[in-house]
Design a binder for this molecule. Structure first.
Ligand SMILES: CC(C)(COP(=O)(O)OP(=O)(O)OC[C@H]1O[C@@H](n2cnc3c(N)ncnc32)[C@H](O)[C@@H]1OP(=O)(O)O)[C@@H](O)C(=O)NCCC(=O)NCCSC(=O)C[C@H](O)C(=O)O
Ligand SMILES: [Mg+2]
Length: 289
């Protein structure tokens, strides 16, 4: 099981936007990405870093995971971003445009060097053709790497493809990265939906994300949080079915059987494993209140 930590809704906000950093303390998002990279203009990089440092020191984000997206390590800011912010103990440092295992290992060495707590993990943006082709090597590179985040805007640009309703041009990249994440026990989050006015399209993209296996979706506006929280949570029906087959299988096992029929459907251990994952996720969401 890769994770039972709910990551249904993970909201980006520009580190230069003090109002957003504050407002995030009251939003029902499972995670917050405090961004230093593409949402922050060059002239505002230092301001954004200082404001994120203040936000981390002040805290108050409660159950929400707090992730800092740094600039790339090869840019003039990336290494200083890590040096300044990793010691303050965010839940994760998110590296943009990761294309090789060496980048993860370099970030890991930096985290150790600056004394970041062991609880600060590394997340990687998967958003370039080379990064996708090396997804498995990257996923295997470090135990400190715990999550992939799809960067579908950068990918669409680099592939010269288009944003389409069912995302056919994106499916190869999503699939390859999904395989790598699951093979190495990482969480994986879907990319952002850019059209804030298109509620129907947004919901369809969340549903597609669930079907593809994503743990949740990255978001750009508070108005998207609730939709993702609903669609990426197990439904009442799924929870009830999961509890039912767990109980039925346990009873069958007690009689020395390895399979059981529930409502005419064959249930084996693999279904029970999945049912336990669903129940653990549902319990973790319920504990959030
Ligand atoms: C898109 C926005 C610029 C819109 O901002 P705004 O015009 O302020 O929206 P609203 O007036 O509707 O805002 C209402 C209130 O909500 C707050 N707000 C808005 N957005 C956020 C947010 N992201 N986080 C927290 N709070 C937010 C406003 O302050 C208003 O609050 P109040 O004053 O109380 O009314 C804006 O939403 C925005 O900047 N979004 C994030 C954009 C971003 O971070 N982009 C980069 C990440 S996406 C990416 O890079 C993907 C990847 O790399 C790839 O390649 O795919
Ligand atoms: Mg990007």
């Amino acid at each position: 099981m890769s994770t039972v930590r709910p990551r249904r809704s993970v909201l980006y906000m520009p580190g230069a936007n003090a109002r957003a950093l504050d407002k995030a303390r009251s939003l029902p998002a499972d995670g917050l990405i405090l961004d230093l990279e593409d949402a922050v203009a060059v002239d505002a990089k230092e301001l954004a870093r200082n404001q994120i440092a203040e936000a981390l020191k002040t805290g108050g984000y409660g159950f929400r995971e707090v992730i800092v997206r740094t600039n790339g390590l090869e840019t003039p800011w990336g290494i200083d971003d890590i040096k300044a912010l990793a010691p303050l103990g965010p839940d994760a440092i998110l590296l943009p445009k990761v294309e090789d295992p060496a980048t993860i290992l370099k970030a890991e060495a930096l985290l150790n060097e600056v004394g970041a707590p062991a609880s600060t993990t590394i997340w990687a943006m998967m958003e370039t053709p080379l990064g996708i082709l090396r997804a498995a090597e990257i996923a295997a590179s470090s135990k400190r790497l715990t999550c992939f985040v799809m960067g579908t805007s950068d990918l669409t640009k680099d592939l010269h493809s288009r944003h389409t309703p069912m995302r056919l041009p994106m499916l190869t990249s999503l699939g390859i990265t999904m395989l790598a994440a699951r093979a190495y026990g990482l969480s994986i989050l879907d990319g952002v939906y850019l059209d804030l006015k298109d509620e129907e399209g947004y919901r369809a993209s969340c549903l597609q994300g669930v079907e593809l296996g994503f743990d949740g979706k990255t978001l750009i506006h508070p108005g998207q949080v609730e939709g993702a929280n609903v669609v990426f949570a197990p439904s009442e029906g799924e929870i009830a079915w999961s509890r039912k087959i767990i109980d039925a299988f346990a009873a069958a096992e007690a009689e020395g059987k390895g399979v059981v029929l529930v409502e005419g459907k064959l249930i084996e251990n693999l279904h029970v494993e999945n049912a336990k994952r669903i129940c653990a996720l549902a319990d973790a969401i319920a504990a959030r209140g």
